[in-house]
Design a protein around this ligand. Structure first.
Ligand code: DMJ
Length: 648
């Protein structure tokens, strides 16, 4: 078509889409190409079309990897580490699950920050996926965080798996070679082993052997047994159940199993693994477990491992506020908070002290104790407490409490209170700040959180949220009767023992009033005189994770009162564990529904604390030998690991 405006050009009309003018040379080229195309045979044209489509599809498939690499490089060169797109949410999680070929060896590459999903959407490793060291380990912890890493990540990569941006000054230096400590003689190694066993203790040993059989067969050297699917799950990839159970095996006299497990610790436990671990969980379960078994056996190998682990966890304290980060990559020597916040959980940063302090005593290296004492010193001085009760979070940059106004003795705050008392006892009852904080907190509990239920008038510990009282009590709170009783035993107010007795009864009722005789994770107490039941359970809270807190407190109560009813209550609980959580082929499982004795719905998971704590406390509860781990010589850390009370 002739164009009056562009006389020097030829216009062509292309069918119905005509009406546009084109550059002359382009038009000529198009016409010539078109002619050539028409001259090709049908087969040649099909081949070209096929090749073209193939290249386009391959290009699209390769695009995300390339673009991520480009973006990562760009960000790195900018000197600022950025996320290319949001790393949480279903959009991120689904491609993550699909895209990572867990079963195939992978080349070292930059971590793909965009493919991390929220805990519930991420997949656990299966047995075959994880034949040696896990390529990726991941697990929710109690605080709802998840650990996850790939091996062989580049040393200079400063982004954590969570995609949290770490400012250069927050990055901790890589670890120097682990220093070998001079062996320190262990004055506690002559701990008494159990003498004659009674039927209930034999029943605990049988339960332990059954649990161990499943772990050994299907999960050996891995973190947790999945007894129904006969496989395992990984959290940190550090043989969590095996290490957590070492001292229980020793106390229960399972020496053959102990030797086999010790061999695994010596030969296989790799603490240099480039894996993100939660500081608190690793401290209470692994560091605590190693120190405890060193105390029991005097075997230097456990102290060497404990010392190596302590060193590898130290980068967590390298924060602007000296309040530690929640996570440490023990292989790389870097630490970071969770992706979504720069807060740490108060219970976590205040429940690592017993272990680090003992490590300093044993190795004569001040740095461990200095780091954890500094945390306590700062928290002692902080505002934001309510009558000695602490909020649940603390910021690692400012060192101040955050999310003020919520007070609980359950998840995220619980062991803060426990460790105040136990540090005071561990240190020979000299550190008065710890005692003052503990006493103030117990007064705060009495004033703000204690109520009586209807109709049975059970004393319980509720929660406070912005001055609103909630009659909610976590099973975790059942550590409190034991802790109160222990304080009274060490000379604190006698009314602590009275409160301990009342709360112990309540914790027992949390089992006794439930269809399976097992406590749910959380209960709500009834405050209305018109209702007939004291204990109510919401559908989302009906699970039982084989937790220890009630049997732990029963152990203290029996030791300190010698009232046999506590042994009988523990015996009922053991029988109900056997009835509803025992898996025929080996192991015990957590369950989803304690309200159904017909179908308690196994969750297919045996937590490491079932062996580390629950069975150990039951065994000690049934023992009438009060010198077996005497409460005058030892304290239990919050994972039931045994540490000596210092005498000098
Ligand atoms: C354990 O890891 C410890 O007892 C911790 O203090 C609380 N949670 C579990 C057991 O319930």
């Amino acid at each position: 078509m002739y164009s009056p405006q562009r006389r020097d050009f030829i216009s062509v009309t292309l069918g119905s889409q005509a009406g546009r003018t084109y550059d002359n040379s382009k038009t000529w080229r198009r016409q010539s190409c078109w002619r050539k195309w028409k001259q090709l045979s049908r087969l040649q044209r099909s081949l070209i079309v096929f090749l073209f489509v193939f290249m386009v599809v391959s290009g699209i498939a390769a695009y995300p990897n390339l673009s991520e690499r480009w973006q990562a490089n760009e960000s790195y060169h900018d000197g600022e580490l950025k996320q290319a797109k949001p790393a949480v949410g279903p959009e991120a999680a689904v491609p993550f699950a699909k895209a990572l070929p867990f079963t195939q060896p992978q080349k070292p590459r930059r971590p793909n920050l965009n493919k991390r999903g929220p805990p519930v959407l991420q997949k656990r490793l299966s047995k075959q996926e994880n034949a040696e060291e896990p390529k990726i380990v991941q697990k929710e912890n109690e605080a709802g965080t998840i650990s996850n890493d790939k091996e062989e990540e580049e040393k200079d990569n400063m982004i954590s798996w969570r995609g949290m941006k770490i400012e250069p000054e927050q990055v901790t230096p890589a670890l120097p070679d682990t220093k070998k400590e001079e062996p320190v003689p262990n004055e506690n190694a002559s701990l008494k082993e159990p003498g004659a066993l009674n039927d209930r203790q034999i029943a605990v040993i049988e339960a332990f052997q059954h649990a161990w059989k499943g772990y050994k067969q299907y999960a050996w050297g891995h973190d947790e047994l999945k007894p129904i699917s006969k496989t395992y799950s990984e959290w940190f990839g550090l043989g969590l159940t095996l290490v957590d159970a070492l001292d229980t095996m020793w106390i229960l006299g399972q020496h053959e199993e102990f030797e086999e497990a010790k061999k695994w610790v010596v030969d296989e436990l790799n603490l240099g693994k480039k894996v993100d671990v939660n500081l608190f969980e690793t401290t209470i379960r692994i560091l605590g477990g190693l120190l405890s078994v060193y105390n029991l056996t005097g075997d230097q190998v456990f102290l060497e491992k404990a010392s190596e682990l302590g060193n590898r966890l130290m980068p967590a304290f390298n924060t602007p506020s000296k309040i530690p980060y929640s996570d440490v990559n023990i292989g790389r020597g870097t630490a970071h908070p969770p992706r979504w916040t720069s807060d740490s959980t108060v219970a976590e940063v205040t429940s690592i002290q017993l272990e680090f302090r003992e490590l300093s005593r044993l190795t004569k290296e001040e740095k461990y104790q200095a780091a954890v004492n500094e945390v306590m010193k700062r928290i002692h001085k902080l505002g934001g407490k309510k009558d000695g009760l602490v909020p649940m979070f603390i910021n690692t940059n400012s060192g101040q409490f955050s999310h003020l106004g919520v007070y609980t003795l359950g998840a995220r705050a619980d062991s803060y209170y426990e460790y105040l008392l136990k540090q005071w006892i561990q240190g020979g009852r000299r550190e008065t700040d710890l005692l003052d904080d503990y006493l103030a907190a117990i007064e705060g509990v009495k004033k703000n959180l204690i109520r009586k239920s209807e109709p049975k008038k059970l004393t319980f510990v509720g929660e406070l949220s912005h001055n609103q009282f909630s009659p909610k009590m976590d099973h975790l709170v059942c550590f409190l009767p034991g802790t109160l009783a222990l304080g009274a035993h060490h000379g604190l107010n006698a009314d602590h023992m009275e409160l301990a007795k009342e709360l112990m009864e309540t914790c027992y009722q949390m089992y006794a009033q439930i269809e399976t005789g097992l406590s749910p994770e959380i209960v709500h107490f009834n405050l209305s005189p018109h209702n007939s039941k004291d204990v109510e359970v919401k559908p989302a809270d009906r699970h039982n994770l084989l937790r220890p807190e009630t049997v732990e407190s029963l152990f203290y109560m029996y030791r300190l009162t010698q009232d046999k009813k506590y042994q009988d209550w523990g015996w009922q609980i053991l029988q109900n564990f056997n009835k509803y959580t025992r898996v025929e082929t080996g192991g015990y499982t957590s369950i989803n529904n304690v309200r159904s004795s017909e179908n308690p719905e196994p969750r297919d998971k045996m937590e490491s604390f079932f062996l580390g704590e629950t069975l150990k406390y039951l065994f000690l509860l049934f023992s009438d030998d009060f010198n077996l781990i005497s409460l005058d010589k030892y304290i239990f850390n919050t994972e039931a690991h045994i540490l000596p009370i210092w005498t000098t």
